[in-house]
Write a protein that binds this ligand. Structure first.
Ligand code: APR
Ligand code: ZN
Ligand code: ZN
Length: 361
């Protein structure tokens, strides 16, 4: 039986979000209905609300979520009712060239639920990042659910579904940070802070946090940065070199998404070092570099998609570290809020003093 639940809808370009009643269909083949317990508020939700991603309004927002599987459709083997799960953006196929070569994050045959959740008048909703979890219940592809230890609180577990995984994964998966490495992280919002945490987990000896806001640098220190640089006060490339014996960092992680910080990342790495680009630039941005520098500096320039994560491998591992007290996911949660406070949380996010507001159902 289809059921009605409360959910947060972005009705049109730039318009405030509102809580409305939505209809959740019974799960079809390959689908699952999840009773959402917590969902973080991310910049990407705000970008959907602003129409910056696409025009498929109305959107059903929310995509950093954890909850309990309530029902599954025919032929679902991945999860069963009662499982505690973290949701991810898309189910991968397991059969394409990218999947077979062990790079499922590049899978080109990903899928979400086939059916749509709707408003009461039948209007179809577009779920943000294929999830739509600012809702009491949501419909996803069963392959978007990863079962994890149910003793973790949902408000921290959900964070692994997006920004925190992107940052930790940029360090441990894409950057391959190793014991004794020096790492520089440019831009210390939620993603950059998670890259700091990932670098510490991987055994980095020096973790240099760079930002233009001293409040962000203080948080990065609390998360494990060993040195901080405010790039309003001094040239970050020079500062990173100075802090690494004159040669630059082994791994530089860019978590802003702007040409000037891409360029800083490029020049702040050691010869043969690795630059990891996590910050997402806007379509019109370009970067000009002397080819001799590109050639002559060796090493590699990598972009990191969703932390190059494999949810079935990385989510349970990170939850395990959290439960052992070796990774404090709780440090990313600034406040917990109710479903009808998402619009207010967007405003606070823009002021820059919230790492994550998490909606708790
Ligand atoms: N130099 C250094 N830091 C900067 C600069 C700059 N020129 N400009 C902005 N910053 C800092 C901000 O002060 C902030 O702390 O970058 C940080 C960006 O953080 P958030 O806005 O909180 O964004 P976050 O959620 O961390 O995402 C960062 O990663 O996944 C992508 O799309 C995401 O592009 C975004 C980036
Ligand atoms: Zn695939
Ligand atoms: Zn997100």
């Amino acid at each position: 039986m289809a059921q009605e639940v409360r959910a947060v809808i972005a009705p049109g370009k730039g318009a405030p979000v509102r809580v409305d009643t939505v209809v959740v269909p019974d799960p079809g083949p390959g689908e699952a209905v999840v009773r959402v317990q917590a969902c973080g508020v991310c910049h990407t939700d705000l970008h959907y609300r602003e129409g910056a991603i696409n025009d498929d309004f109305p959107f059903l927002l929310g995509h950093e979520a954890a909850g309990v599987v309530e029902a599954v459709g025919p032929d679902v083997t991945e999860v069963a009712p009662g499982d505690f799960v973290i949701l991810n953006w898309r189910a991968v196929c397991g059969r394409c060239r990218a999947c077979l070569r062990g790079r499922p994050w590049y899978c080109f045959d990903t899928h979400n639920a086939t059916q749509k959740m709707t408003l009461k008048d039948g209007t179809e909703l577009s779920p943000a990042l294929g999830i739509g979890a600012f809702a009491e219940k949501t419909l996803v592809a069963a392959g978007q659910c990863t079962k994890v230890d149910p003793s973790v609180s949902a408000s921290v577990a959900g964070l692994l579904g997006c920004g925190v995984m992107a940052g930790i994964g940029a360090a441990i998966n894409t950057g391959g940070v190793g014991r004794g490495d020096s790492v520089a992280v440019i831009g210390c919002g939620g993603v950059g802070d998670a890259a700091v945490v990932g670098s510490r987990l991987a055994g980095a000896a020096r973790i240099i946090a760079v930002d233009i806001d001293d409040r962000k640098l203080a948080t990065a220190s609390a998360m494990g940065a060993t040195h901080t640089v405010n790039s309003r006060d001094r040239d970050p490339v020079e500062a990173i070199r100075e802090l690494t014996g004159g040669h630059g960092a082994d791994v530089v992680i860019e978590a802003v998404g702007r040409p000037e910080t891409y360029k800083q990342a490029f020049y702040a790495r050691d010869l043969a070092g690795t630059v990891v680009l996590v910050g997402v630039p806007s379509p019109e941005m370009t970067l000009e570099l002397p080819l001799l520098d590109v050639f002559g500096r060796g090493g590699s320039l990598k972009s990191s998609w969703y932390g190059d994560c494999l949810p079935s491998r990385d989510f349970p591992m990170l939850i395990d570290l959290h439960l052992q007290g070796r990774l404090d996911l709780g440090a990313f949660v600034t406040e917990t809020i109710a479903l009808d406070e998402v619009e207010a949380a967007f405003a606070r996010m823009s002021e820059g003093d919230v790492l994550r507001s998490v909606v708790v159902m």
